[in-house]
Design a binder for this molecule. Structure first.
Ligand code: SF4
Length: 346
């Protein structure tokens, strides 16, 4: 359990993100966390780089509604202080926390507080000995680093563990998680680290995280983007929706081609924006011509099939109405509203 969120053991896959405010700036950090929570973030991580950040956790926790993970590098005292201040989970990077004794000290406090530890192995901070032993940064080196630290916590009777083996390379990350999944039974936190900007970073994350999730590997995830954290949450939810792991709307829209006689791209965009504003578990097809249009529109819960400047609205497999293109989006939503209980997002 991370606060009230179950991770692993068949629980729904949870979405995480990380704030980019100074954690010691309580108002900014709280505002960002609450924005992320509104978008669908279920667990938030904050950087704890000094004592002021660790001490801020208690006050931040009072003003947010989702569990908070304290992220610590280099200084295990910060991890201990963050746990004491009320963090719901501690993330340490064993490669830089300063050795076995310090990991053990953190585990003792976490056991007393009843909170889990994530062993967060990163490709960029694997120890020199492991790199030399494995001939460089390999899946085996990353997994051995994770397993060394799992053993260390296990040997201290600490089993409340989540593990990640992130790298910036997608094939390396996929191979490392597969290897780890075959070796350990602990919940896995997925991510492609330092994936890049909103464009390539999203593609890398979708391919890496998506491939693993599709094979049933992974229990919680963070999409790491060089972009506002709000984008990370939206990207995570999109990846999960694409795999059918989130019961939200699915938009089926044709890529358009020379047969398309209407300006479909803005129509699809607006339909998606309007769907995103509602809590609806429905599929909606937006199709540009009669080739695949009626078939897809009839198979979806609701659909638009365009033909020669006019549109046909489908509702639950049947033609609902033939309409003029000028009102096609409004007419689609009239069909949706007549068939669903519409709930506006907060
Ligand atoms: Fe082209 Fe029609 Fe297919 Fe859309 S549905 S891509 S317009 S053939």
């Amino acid at each position: 359990m991370v606060g009230g969120v179950k991770v692993g053991g068949g629980a729904p896959i949870s979405v995480q993100s990380m704030t980019n405010t100074k954690t010691s700036n309580i108002p900014d950090t709280v505002a960002q966390i609450n924005r992320l929570a509104e978008l669908g973030c279920e667990i938030v991580r904050v950087a704890v780089q000094d004592m002021a950040c660790a001490d801020a956790i208690g006050e931040i926790k009072k003003q947010i509604s989702i569990p908070l993970v304290a992220d610590i590098h280099f200084n295990h005292i910060l991890a201990i202080r963050a746990a004491e201040a009320g963090a719901d989970k501690i993330r340490i990077n064993p490669g830089n926390i300063g050795g076995e004794g310090k990991v053990r000290e953190v585990a003792e406090v976490c056991a007393r507080k009843g909170i889990p530890i994530r062993i967060g192995v990163n490709g960029g901070s694997i120890g020199k000995e492991l790199l030399a032993k494995h001939g460089g940064l390999t899946p085996e080196a990353m997994v051995e680093s994770a397993c060394e630290n799992i053993r260390l916590l296990d040997s201290n009777d600490f089993y409340d563990i989540c593990v990640s083996v992130k790298a910036s390379s997608v094939p390396l990350t996929i191979a490392a998680y597969k290897l780890l999944h075959a070796k350990v039974d602990y919940p896995l936190h997925l991510g492609i680290t330092e994936a890049g900007t909103e464009n390539m970073g999203l593609i890398k994350s979708a391919v890496g995280i998506g491939s693993l999730l599709a094979e049933g590997i992974g229990d919680t995830l963070r999409v790491s983007l060089t972009a506002p954290p709000e984008c990370e949450v939206e990207a995570a939810l999109m990846i999960m929706r694409a795999l059918g792991l989130r019961k939200e709307y699915e938009l089926i829209s044709c890529p358009t081609c020379g047969r398309c006689e209407v300006d479909l791209i803005p129509i699809a965009r607006e339909v998606e924006q309007r769907l995103a504003a509602h809590n609806l578990n429905i599929s909606v097809a937006v199709m540009g011509c009669p080739v695949n249009g009626p078939g897809e529109a009839a198979r979806a819960d609701y659909g638009i099939a365009c033909n020669e400047g006019a549109g046909v609205i489908f509702q639950k497999g049947k033609v609902f109405k033939k309409v003029d293109m000028s009102s096609i989006i409004d007419e689609l939503f009239i069909a949706i509203e007549s068939g669903e209980k519409i709930i506006e997002r907060a």
